[in-house]
Design a protein around this ligand. Structure first.
Ligand code: ASP
Length: 597
């Protein structure tokens, strides 16, 4: 076999007149009668190969027999392309390789879709033939980009003295709040390992062990319902540090993220990153992961409509809710468009959608007749609408208003293309409540996880909350208890989150009690961590970034599936391998499992 001397995509000026051996796939082959042109492709790019019948009759015959995706090795001499035939779209477009010898290393079956960017393919087909899909330029670039990201990430961690340490995959349940994937134990009938939802407990134990700074680029597994763009297995950049506070972790994270953006995209992010409190984010954007690239902030109108004659608004306020609005500037919406938006908000839990259109010298709206002059004036003063604007209202319980307007602003931004260019909106969200009341479960749950430390000054409130039996009072007190947690949000996605951990047993006990986690349960679930915390645990904290989402955002892609070499479909299936699949009765028996249909 001919041995490669250069990648196709690297052929350049310095090769002119030289003999090279190239190996790759036949991207395209065209016979122009007496001359065959082959676009030869490898991971670094494409180069044009020319075979002339006159000078190389035997090689010409081989070239003429080539088909798409055949694998070949060839020897040839590089020359400049004749003037006027250059291809500016190719990195190697000024050159061509005149082949003297071609070896067919392997044929290819007829491919199910062409390896190009133009042909649309279904997700199922894409994933079933992932090896062909990955040959396409954009997909290949995604994977190479990701590879470069790993290197930059490692370099930043190493610069700051972090140690790369692996944590187990066959382990016990981790408290990230999702369902575990379970692995039956063959050697211990009836017992199961849980696959890690994150290395949380182990990284904390590594701090107790004294390693001081740990990181890992690691798979995490969560058996969640596959909403939108979730993957049952995904990758985190996970780290933990000792003897630090939240400022140290955020500042290190900013360096990590900025270096990635700078080295891989040439984008310099403004540091320090902006910060919003959880309360501010909810009030202004209706979500704790705001996308601030297109305005449409929520404006509170509750005070204006407190005593309104308009029952929809007044009733919402009377029952403890609120009235908020967004102003879609310069939208000039038709009735049909407004109706479509009304339909949308109903799909996210609104009863209806009140609106006011601002036209030349007048307002139009079905609700105007219910509003007093004073209310209208105050409304206009607060929102400053101009001709062409449309104001949308939500009056409901707080959570519903946030959900409705939060989703409406995203929907409008997408539908009306309000996000221009590829700017990055990067911010921290901080001051999360430590816990919130979960109506379904009938108990308080952690916003982050139960090892997240409350703010020191709020610990007395926790004690007070524990002391009271009155649920409303408890809720009020706990609303004010903030966590030492922080989320990094980019373009409306939570790309990372972490916290300073509880390292004192008394505080941990207090938090468990309020979360309704009994001592027995705590002991049973993560007793090994609690025990470790008793043997000289340093103050510590950390964070984990979702690598797949981060890379997708950096590459301007909507789906994380496009930056994972072998992802699952939205239904959690791998069309390439057929997983998940049935196993043989023998295998089931070995792991002591009986399947009930
Ligand atoms: N273990 C957390 C998570 O997976 C991150 C952290 O607290 O460091 O979200």
């Amino acid at each position: 076999m001919l041995k490669r001397t250069k990648y196709c995509g690297h052929v350049s000026e310095e090769d002119i007149g030289k003999e090279l051996v190239l190996c790759g796939w036949v991207h395209r082959v065209r016979n122009h009668g007496g001359v065959v042109f082959i676009d030869l492709r490898d991971r670094e790019g494409i180069v044009q190969v020319v075979v002339e019948e006159k000078s190389q009759p035997k090689t010409y015959q081989v070239a003429d027999s080539l088909k798409s995706e055949y694998v070949v090795a060839l020897k040839g001499t590089v020359r400049k392309r004749p003037p006027g035939t250059e291809n500016p779209k190719l990195k190697t477009g000024n050159y061509e390789v005149v082949a003297q010898e071609i070896q067919i290393l392997n044929a290819s079956d007829q491919i199910p879709f062409p390896v190009d960017e133009e042909t649309p393919i279904s997700e199922e087909l894409k994933l079933r033939y992932r090896y062909l899909d990955l040959r396409r330029e954009s997909m290949k670039e995604n994977i190479l980009f990701r590879h470069r990201a790993y290197q930059v990430i490692r370099s930043v961690f190493l610069k700051h003295g972090f140690l790369e340490i692996e944590t187990p995959f066959l382990t016990k349940s981790t408290p990230e709040g999702a369902r575990d994937f379970l692995v039956p134990s063959r050697l211990h009938p009836g017992k199961f390992y849980a696959l890690p939802q994150s290395p949380q407990l182990f990284k904390q134990i590594l701090m107790v062990a004294g390693f001081d700074r740990y990181f890992q680029i690691v798979k995490c597994l969560r058996d969640e319902d596959l909403r939108a763009d979730r993957q049952p297995e995904f990758t985190q950049i996970d780290f933990e540090m000792s003897f630090v506070d939240e400022e140290d972790i955020m500042s290190f994270s900013e360096e990590l993220i900025s270096t990635l953006f700078s080295e891989l995209l040439g984008v310099e992010l403004k540091r320090p990153f902006d910060r919003l409190s959880y309360a501010q984010a909810m009030e202004m954007y209706g979500t704790d992961k705001p996308d601030r690239r297109f305005g449409l902030e929520l404006v509170d109108l509750t005070d204006i409509f407190k005593n309104s004659e308009f029952k929809v608004f007044a009733d919402a306020i009377k029952t403890g809710g609120m009235v908020k609005a967004i102003n879609f500037k310069n939208s000039n919406l038709s009735r049909k468009e407004i109706d479509e938006l009304a339909q949308f908000v109903q799909s996210v839990g609104a009863k209806g959608l009140a609106w006011i259109k601002v036209e030349k010298d007048k307002l139009t709206s079905p609700i105007l007749k219910f509003l007093s002059q004073e209310e209208k004036t105050s409304l206009l003063e607060r929102l400053h609408p101009e001709e062409g604007d449309t104001i949308f209202f939500s009056a409901d319980k707080k959570d519903t208003v946030y959900k409705v307007l939060g989703n409406l602003r995203l929907h409008i931004a997408k539908k009306y293309n309000l996000i221009k260019g590829n700017a990055f909106d990067v911010l921290w969200v901080v001051d999360f409540p430590l816990m919130e009341w979960d109506e379904e479960e009938g108990r308080f749950v952690s916003l982050h996880h139960p090892f997240t430390s409350p703010k020191e000054e709020h610990i007395p409130l926790l004690q007070q909350a524990l002391g009271t039996q009155n649920l409303d009072e408890k809720k009020k007190l706990l609303e004010h208890v903030k966590a030492r947690a922080y989320d990094l949000v980019i373009n409306g996605y939570e790309v990372g989150g972490g916290s300073i951990r509880i390292h004192k047993k008394e505080v941990q006990d207090l938090v468990f009690k309020l979360l309704g986690i009994s001592q027995v349960e705590a002991e049973e679930k993560f007793g090994f961590l609690l025990k470790a915390l008793r043997y000289g645990a340093p103050p510590h904290g950390g964070l984990a970034f979702g690598l797949d989402r981060l890379i997708a955002i950096m590459r301007g892609l909507d789906s994380i599936r496009d930056v994972i070499a072998f992802p699952k479909t939205q239904k959690g299936i791998c069309p390439l391998t057929g997983a998940p699949d049935y196993v043989s009765p023998k295998q089931l028996k070995e792991v002591h499992i009986k399947v009930f249909e």
